[in-house]
Design a protein around this ligand. Sequence first.
Ligand code: ADP
Length: 265
Amino acid sequence: MRSKPIILKLGGSVITVKDKPLTPNMPAIRRLAREIAESQASPLIIVHGGGSYGHPIAAEYKIKEGFKSKSQMAGFSKTHNAMISLNMLVVEALLDEGLPSISLAPSSFIIARRGRIQNLYVDVVEHSVGLGFIPVLYGDAVLDYDMGFTILSGDQIASRLAIDLAAEKIIVGVDVDGLYTADPKVDRGANLITYVTVRDLEGIMGGVGGSKYIDVTGGMRGKIFELIEPIMNGIEVLILNASKPGNVYRALKGEEVIGTRIVRG
Ligand code: ADP
């Protein structure tokens, strides 16, 4: 690879309408494709979440809990198919902007063990990036050595790729301005944390000595958990609001943008 890639994670909350099953947010997808094209960021790898495509089906069939009954099998397949449908919309929007994007199905080259990535055949991603493609991956239903199958979040995949490919940075696009002292959708008094060290974050994730004033739940908690390892590997991490026009463009260009920067500390 010519230089270190940027990993752009696009949250399911940004590219889908979260409370309407199987509903894409096409204006957001098209705008993000435009911002990515205008930034001319390269090499670039995109990973997106499931939002209202992956989550409802995966939850209905309890795919994340593993293979317990044959009745889940259709659900495994339907979860994957839903993600393929969403992925196709993202890839098509990028192609419409003239970008050489290419869909890579995580379940075809990743296998998990107890819900964690065990083997990821990184050559597939590395070689496609090396040729100049922009691989577009997603959170997916994957096979699991111990559990039969499970769900891998886009956040886990993005973090692992960042480590395996020694990425320059991970840009995590969500529907809030970054990491707050509490869920900003629930607590109006929550404050944006613009800069935080892993030492503080480890406190949040249940370690010792961290700051107890930060309340991180739901999707953000999972993100922070996944991001700690790449940060410890020296990879820059920025969490920003990808629902706000211009933020992804600016971050890809390396310009100042409102968000949360997390450093090793
Ligand atoms: P995505 O689908 O975009 O990957 P999620 O919706 O799963 O993201 O997670 C992001 C959400 O996490 C935010 O929209 C917010 O409601 C929630 N959240 C919980 N705690 C926090 C916090 N301390 N700071 C920011 N967001 C938080």
